[in-house]
Design a protein around this ligand. Structure first.
Ligand code: ADP
Ligand code: MG
Ligand code: MG
Length: 521
C-alpha cells in the first residue's frame, strides 16, 4: 500500500532538514528572527534571516475541494466589491457590532469624515484571501471546503506560498525519489501557486488605472508596513515582482505606518494627490498611485489619535487604497456571519442583494447558481445579540460547557490570536459585559479529516496529525460608486498553512502554524 507522506528514517529526516534549510534561505522562504531568539548583540545590524517553518512534504488535499475553492474565488471578489459599495449595509453592520468595539467605530468615523467632504478616488483595490478547511460529514459523502474567513486587508503569505510550492516541487524532483520509500518523480500532482505574480499584477493594474500624474511628480506604490515586521520577505517578493516590469516602471517604497504623516502630504488644490518624499531622497517627491496596506488592520497600529489622523489623511487622498476603510469593514467576521445566516421568510437571502444579474452580466439562472456555490462554502455562524432567535440560540450554545465544545467565538479582529475556543467560551462570555457580546460571532468549528505530516520548525522535526487551511487569493479592482464597473477580477494563486492538530490557531507569523503546499489527492 502506498503510504503518503512516507515514513522516514532518522537519517532521511536529517537529510531533508539540511536540504530544506539551505533552499529556504537561498530562495527567500524566510522571516526575520524573533528578537528574543537572536540577541541584539549577535545581530546588531539586523541582517539575519531564518527559514520559515515548513512541512517536509506537500500535504494531501482533496482535488474536488481545491477546485471548489478556486472556482468560487471570482464570485467572492465580486461579492466583496459589491459589499464595499453598499454603505447602507455596512452602516447596519457597524451598528450591529455596537459601540463596544472602539476599533470598528473609529474606522467608520474615518469613512464618515471623508464622505462629508467627498471622496476624490473612486477606484478601489482588493488583494483578498478566502480561507477554507475541508469538511466531510459523517455520511462519508464528497468532501467540501468550508470558509474559515475572508480577508480584505493585509492578506499575507502570498510571497512565501509561491516559494513553498516551488520548494516542494524541487524536493519532488530531487529528494523524494531517493527515499527508502521512494516517491517516483511525477507521481505527485502539485499545483503551482501563482500568488506572487497574481498579487503583483493586481497592484500593477491599479498603478496603471490611477492614470497620469497631475502634480508633475512621478508615480509610485507605497507599501505601508508595521515597524519591526518579521514577515518582510513575504512582502519583498511582491515588491520585487512589481519592480520586474519595465513597462510601466513601478517605483515601490516601504513606509512604516507610524511615519505616514511625517513623510506624506496632500497636494494643494482640489485633487488631493498624495505626495511622498522618501527620507533618503530629500527634495524628491512622488505622487502615490497605490497604497498597499500591510498594517493598519488592528488596534495596535493605532496607539494614539495621530494614527487615526494618518488613516483619515490616506483615506481622503487620491491614492488608490488597498483596501479602503469600507473594504476593510466588509472583511469583518460580522459581515461573514450575516452572509451565512440562513434565508428565512423574514430574512431574504443577503447574497441576492449583492449578486443580482444586473451586476454579474449573467442571466438569472447563472446568478442563482453562483449564489448557491458560494453558500455551499458557508458553515453555521451565529450573531450574539439578544433580539434575534439566532442570537438567543447562540447565547444558549456559548454558555453551555458541552455545546460550546464545537464552536469558536470571534471578535472583529485580524491577525491571529484573538479567538476563544471550545470550553473557554462560557467563562469568557461570563467575564465579558453583556453589552459587548454582540461584537462577537459564534462559529461552528470545521474538523477536517486527519492528515499526517512532518513539520520542520527551527531546525527540529515535529511528526504527527496536522490540520490544513487553504487560502485562495483574489485580486479585484472596481469603481466604488453604486453601479460602478469592475475593472479587474482574477483568482491569484493559493496558500496552504498547516498546524499540529493539537493547536487551535494556525498563524505562521504568530508561531503556531507552518507553510505547506498542496498535493492533489
Ligand atoms: P484571523 O483573522 O485572526 O486570522 P480566523 O478566523 O482566521 O482569524 O481564525 C484564526 C484561526 O483559528 C484559523 O486560521 C483557524 O486555524 C482557526 N479557526 C477559525 N475559525 C475556525 C473554524 N470555524 N473551524 C476551525 N478552525 C477555525
Ligand atoms: Mg485567518
Ligand atoms: Mg483574518
Amino acid at each position: 500500500m502506498w503510504v503518503y507522506p512516507p515514513e522516514l528514517t532518522p537519517a532521511e529526516g536529517e537529510r531533508l532538514t539540511e536540504v530544506i534549510k539551505d533552499w529556504a534561505v537561498a530562495h527567500g522562504l524566510t522571516v526575520r528572527p524573533p528578537p528574543a531568539v537572536i540577541a541584539a548583540e549577535a545581530d546588531p545590524a539586523g541582517i539575519l534571516a531564518t527559514a520559515v517553518p515548513v512541512t517536509l512534504f506537500p500535504s494531501p488535499f482533496p482535488e474536488v475541494c481545491f477546485n471548489q475553492a478556486v472556482a468560487v474565488q471570482k464570485a467572492y471578489n465580486e461579492l466583496y466589491a459589491a459589499i464595499s459599495r453598499d454603505e447602507e449595509f455596512l452602516a447596519q453592520i457597524v451598528k450591529d457590532i455596537g459601540d463596544s468595539d472602539d476599533f470598528i467605530t473609529e474606522l467608520w468615523k474615518v469613512h464618515l469624515r471623508v464622505k462629508e467632504e467627498g471622496y476624490v478616488q473612486h477606484k478601489s483595490l482588493g488583494l483578498f484571501r478566502s480561507d477554507y478547511m475541508v469538511h466531510q460529514d459523517a455520511s462519508g459523502s464528497t468532501p467540501q471546503v468550508k470558509q474559515v474567513e475572508f480577508n480584505t486587508i493585509a492578506s499575507s503569505f502570498g510571497g512565501l506560498s509561491s516559494q513553498t510550492s516551488l520548494l516542494h516541487n524541487y524536493l519532488a524532483a530531487t529528494e523524494y525519489p531517493l527515499l527508502g520509500n521512494p516517491i517516483q518523480r511525477g507521481l505527485l500532482r502539485l499545483p503551482p501557486s501563482g500568488s506572487i505574480v497574481g498579487l503583483a499584477a493586481g497592484l500593477r493594474q491599479a498603478f496603471v488605472e490611477y492614470g497620469p500624474t497631475t502634480t508633475g511628480h512621478g508615480k509610485c506604490v507605497v507599501f505601508l508596513t508595521q515597524g519591526g515586521e518579521r514577515n518582510v520577505f513575504d512582502q519583498r517578493h511582491l515588491e520585487y515582482e512589481l519592480q520586474r516590469s519595465e513597462d510601466p516602471v513601478v517605483p515601490v517604497f516601504r513606509l512604516p505606518y507610524a511615519e505616514t504623516l511625517q513623510h506624506t502630504r496632500i497636494a494643494d488644490g482640489a485633487g488631493r494627490q498624495l505626495l511622498y518624499t522618501p527620507p533618503h531622497l530629500p527634495g524628491r517627491t512622488f505622487e502615490v498611485a497605490v497604497i498597499y496596506m500591510r498594517s493598519g488592520y488592528g488596534p495596535s497600529d493605532y496607539p494614539d489619535p495621530s494614527a487615526w489622523e494618518a488613516r483619515y489623511h490616506l483615506e481622503r487622498s487620491a491614492a488608490i487604497k488597498c483596501p479602503t476603510v469600507l473594504t476593510q469593514i466588509a472583511g469583518t467576521k460580522k459581515v461573514q456571519q450575516v452572509l451565512a445566516t440562513p434565508e428565512t421568510p423574514s430574512n431574504p437571502s443577503v447574497l441576492g442583494r449583492f449578486l443580482r444579474p444586473s451586476t454579474t452580466t449573467s442571466d438569472d439562472s447563472t446568478s442563482a447558481s453562483v449564489i448557491s456555490e458560494l453558500a455551499k462554502t458557508f458553515t453555521n455562524i451565529y450573531p450574539l445579540d439578544a433580539t434575534t432567535e439566532a442570537g438567543l440560540e447562540a447565547r444558549r450554545i456559548a454558555l453551555d460547557p458541552a455545546r460550546s465544545q464545537s464552536y469558536v467565538l470571534k471578535p472583529q479582529r485580524e491577525g491571529g490570536g484573538n479567538n476563544v475556543y471550545r470550553g473557554a467560551i462560557p467563562g469568557f462570555l461570563r467575564s465579558t459585559p453583556e453589552a459587548h457580546w454582540p461584537s462577537h460571532i459564534l462559529m461552528e468549528l470545521i474538523t477536517p479529516p486527519p492528515v499526517r505530516n512532518t513539520i520542520l520548525r527551527n531546525g527540529a522535526l515535529e511528526h504527527g496529525g496536522v490540520i490544513c487551511e487553504l487560502g485562495i487569493y483574489g485580486t479585484c479592482l472596481w469603481d466604488q460608486r453604486p453601479g460602478g464597473a469592475i475593472l479587474r477580477n482574477e483568482e491569484a494563486g493559493y496558500l496552504l498553512r498547516t498546524k499540529g492538530d493539537k493547536s487551535e490557531e494556525g498563524g505562521v507569523a504568530a508561531g503556531f502554524g507552518c507553510m505547506d503546499s498542496v498535493a492533489l489527492a
